[in-house]
Design a protein around this ligand. Structure first.
Ligand SMILES: Cc1ncc(COP(=O)(O)O)c(C=O)c1O
Length: 276
């Protein structure tokens, strides 16, 4: 792991209160994939929280990549964490001094076999929350949901919103296919505006697939022919069983596989496309 010099103190609000944001960005052969989309999401989140993004953020990412470790050639993941910096008590200090943490770690970028995961229903998201849709550093609900899922023998958690609709995996967007229509829970449903999700929706449109942006009612699970997750780190992963019951024929479905292939092809074409 490569860490940029500069550590947070024991009074950092990111650590004490989860008062911070983060992004995870893939490096495909050293190119930060969709870097601008990630930084723009970070900036939007920071704006909502009244947090200032350091003006030299891009330069610091560039310096880290150019620094030791040969990261310009390597496959990996870059984690950007921005917190409100030091301060006790709930109310942020008048003049906060945000902390920026950059870390790199290896992450293979070859095409692994399509992941097939079993999921269980645990955890709740509130689409009405003031922080809904913000990629904040507080992941306790998601960690617990994942732990509970693993405790019952599954590998992934599907989280529900206040309407009881399935909207996300523990750290991934969720998609379903019902009668050929792609169901994609969105920000209004309580999901994050995932960068991978956005790309997959664009690809689905190019393929002429009808898309409905809405949460998935657990009662319609038997009617789904496919269910899958998307995220920066896992790209596309098929959910083949939920609560022990097979989705479709219990194997990755055709649209899941097609979108995953198209996503892979796009990554190859762009070779990351990072502008740094
Ligand atoms: C809660 C949550 N939803 C969705 C995603 C997927 O977003 P992206 O495709 O931008 O990685 C993530 C990624 O880590 C996440 O943590």
């Amino acid at each position: 792991m490569n860490l940029e010099p500069g550590q947070v103190g024991a009074d950092d609000r990111g650590l004490l209160l989860g008062d911070g944001l983060f992004e995870t960005i893939r490096l495909y052969r050293g190119h930060p994939f969709r870097l601008e989309a990630h930084l723009s999401r970070l900036e939007k989140g920071a704006h909502r929280l009244g947090l200032e993004v350091p003006p030299d953020l891009r330069a610091r990412i560039g310096a880290l990549l150019e620094g030791g470790g040969g990261w310009r050639e390597r496959d990996g993941a870059l984690r950007v964490t921005l917190t409100r910096g030091p301060g006790w008590g709930l109310l942020p200090p008048q003049d906060p001094n945000p902390s920026l943490l950059l870390a790199l770690r290896p992450w293979p970028s070859g095409a692994p076999p399509l992941l097939e995961v079993e999921a269980a229903l645990f955890g709740w998201l509130d689409e009405r929350a003031l922080t809904s849709g913000i990629k904040g550093t507080g992941y306790l609900e998601r960690i617990q949901a994942l732990r509970e899922s693993i405790r019952v023998g599954a590998e992934e958690a599907l989280l529900r919103n206040s309407m009881g609709r399935l909207v996300e995996g523990a750290a991934a967007n969720l998609f379903g296919v019902r009668e050929g229509v792609l169901l994609a829970p969105g920000v209004r449903d309580g999901a994050l505006a995932g960068i991978t999700r956005g790309i997959l929706l664009g690809l689905a449109e190019e393929l002429g697939v009808e898309v409905l942006e809405r949460g998935i009612d657990p009662v319609e699970l038997p009617d789904l022919t496919e269910l899958f997750l998307s995220s920066t780190l896992r790209e596309v992963a098929a959910v083949v069983r939920v609560e022990g019951v097979a989705i479709g024929d219990g194997r990755p479905g055709p649209l899941t596989s097609r979108l995953r292939e198209e996503f892979r092809a796009l990554v190859d074409r762009e070779r990351g496309g990072g502008t740094l």
